[in-house]
Design a protein around this ligand. Structure first.
Ligand code: XMP
Length: 503
């Protein structure tokens, strides 16, 4: 495995992802938490950082043991920090570069950069430059503005590059990282299949005969977690799937059936009435979220207490859920729990086998596990469900309207092949009545807003430019078939400044 020491750069996760794309397992670790006892480590990458090495608060750590033992690649701050801590000079200078630059490799026999084309485009983002390096640091590449764009340390397998090989705009970045993995002697055999094999093995060792409980949501992350655990510990895993009455139309039944097909031991809990009762008359979005969250935890906890000897709580946390960057705090990773508050309340040990993966990697693993593409490529759906898509107070009748409208919209997206082209879609029931005319009658009914967005990570999103004819069909069917709706509008706001959900 490769260890990526994180000095707080925004692109650290991207380095991890590129390494995995090169079929090599890696772990991202805070810059000062190197796992010295780990015998599987083959090489080390040092990330960039928001700091300058000259800042008082800059992240610093002793690399002498690491550099002697493993091949090391320092990227941006990582390169500057190694040069600086060996006595080189790094300063804020006129030669700083942002964006595109062209690389000139001076030493074509260099193992890391020798096979990179002359004038290959690299992506720079640095305020500091390495002005001078110690005598045993040899400059192996330059750009027009920066004489030391890359160096190699004599007698060590240590390199530093000023540019970012992990970003898309560095044309041969993947080749450079691949060269580094070869230098480390990585076998490059880490695939979804091998991930499954090692994870199942690790889970067996970690969990032994212990009993584990998991909250299924119907989404891809918790489902893949459940199937992995099922492979490892079989019937010692109990899954709980709560119907809070705010799921999509027929979702509870379909998802339960799917899970039973997968051989999972699932308890389905119909808690609709309890949620409707607690939510009755509540209009404030934050209060609604809190009520839904709290009741979810209570229902789950009550069910868990009916089971005996449970020791672990498994969750489908994935890397982007881990909110606080591990190195910015300098200490521990704080997990964002899919089911906020559960671990604290339940006093169970936490098991999160997907916590180092990105969504598309989870999807690949799900497919490899033989799960249906339908389940794997589902749109994201928020935990509070239709509770945050029904604006204002929630009643069973409003849930019915929102479910029917959503169902029509999603079915049409599937029929015309647009479902997989959008990141997420749904219908929002507005607390707005307007006048309409149906036949000879005046109506005064609800408005439904359709929302469909494109995105890669839900952090930013654009409204999906769905064809007018398509929208016309959906609108027509909703108004004709869903009793209580006489007007349909389409949301054309991007995120930011809007958000994907309306509440
Ligand atoms: P926003 O509305 O913030 O949503 O642009 C970004 C993504 O997060 C989902 N979302 C949630 N998911 N619990 C969840 O599990 C929540 O409380 C929640 N709120 C928003 C949203 O559907 C979108 O994919």
């Amino acid at each position: 495995k490769i260890i990526i020491l994180d000095f707080g750069s925004q692109t650290t996760q991207l380095i991890g992802r590129r390494v995995r794309e090169l079929n090599t397992y890696c772990e991202i670790i805070p810059y000062n938490k190197f796992p010295f006892g780990d015998t599987d480590v083959k090489g080390v990458i040092l990330s960039g950082s928001p700091f300058s090495v000259n800042d008082k608060e800059a992240f610093k750590t002793d690399l002498s043991q690491i550099r002697k033992k493993y091949p090391v690649l320092g990227i941006c701050y990582g390169a500057q920090f190694m040069a600086y801590s060996s006595g080189g000079e790094v300063t804020r200078s006129n030669t700083r570069e942002y964006g595109r630059a062209r690389l000139h490799v001076k030493d074509v026999s260099d193992e890391l950069l020798g096979n990179i084309a002359e004038q290959s485009q690299v992506w720079m983002s640095h305020g500091d430059s390495i002005l001078s390096v110690p005598a045993d640091f040899k400059a192996v590449a330059s750009t027009e503005d920066v004489p030391i764009a890359a160096y190699k340390v004599a007698g060590e397998k240590t390199w530093g590059v000023q540019f970012h090989p992990e970003v898309f705009h560095t044309q041969e970045g993947t080749r450079i990282l691949d060269n580094f993995l070869s230098i480390c002697g990585c076998k490059k055999d880490w695939t979804p299949a091998s991930f499954i094999e090692t994870t199942v093995q690790q889970l067996k060792e970690q969990l032994g005969d212990d009993k584990v409980i998991l909250a299924l949501s119907g989404g891809v992350d918790s489902s893949v977690t459940a199937v992995l655990l099922n492979r490892a510990i079989g019937k010692n895993l109990t899954c709980i799937f709560v119907d809070h009455g705010l799921l999509r139309k027929n979702e509870f039944e379909t998802v339960l059936q799917n899970y039973e097909h997968l051989g999972l031991n699932v308890i389905g809990i119909d808690a609709k009435d309890r949620f409707y009762k607690e939510l009755s008359g509540v209009t404030d979005p934050e209060r609604k979220r809190k009520i839904i969250g709290k009741n979810f935890i209570d229902v789950f906890d009550e069910e868990a207490h009916k089971l005996t000897h449970i020791k672990w709580l498994a969750q489908g946390t994935i890397y982007p859920d881990i909110i606080e960057s591990l190195s910015i705090t300098g200490t521990t990773i704080k997990s964002h729990h899919n089911v906020g508050g559960l671990p604290e309340k339940m006093n169970l040990k936490l098991c999160e086998p997907l916590r180092l993966l990105f969504k598309d990697e989870v999807r690949k693993i799900g497919l490899e596990l033989g799960m249906k593409p339908d389940l794997i490529f589902r749109h994201p759906f928020p935990g509070p469900g239709l509770g945050i898509r029904i604006l204002g107070d929630i009643t069973p009748e409003k849930v019915r309207i929102a479910q029917e409208a959503d169902h029509i919209f999603i079915s049409h997206l599937r029929t015309v092949g647009l479902y997989d082209k959008v990141w997420q879609a749904g219908a929002i029931l507005l607390p707005v009545q307007s006048v309409g005319v149906m036949g000879d009658e005046r109506t005064y009914e609800n408005t439904v807003a359709l929302r469909a967005v494109t995105s890669t990570d839900a952090m930013t999103a654009d409204w999906a430019h769905l064809p007018y004819e398509f929208l016309a069909k959906v609108s027509n069917e909703i108004i004709n078939k869903v009793k209580g709706v006489n007007r349909v509008v389409y949301d054309i706001s991007s995120k930011p400044p809007a958000t994907i959900e309306w509440e």
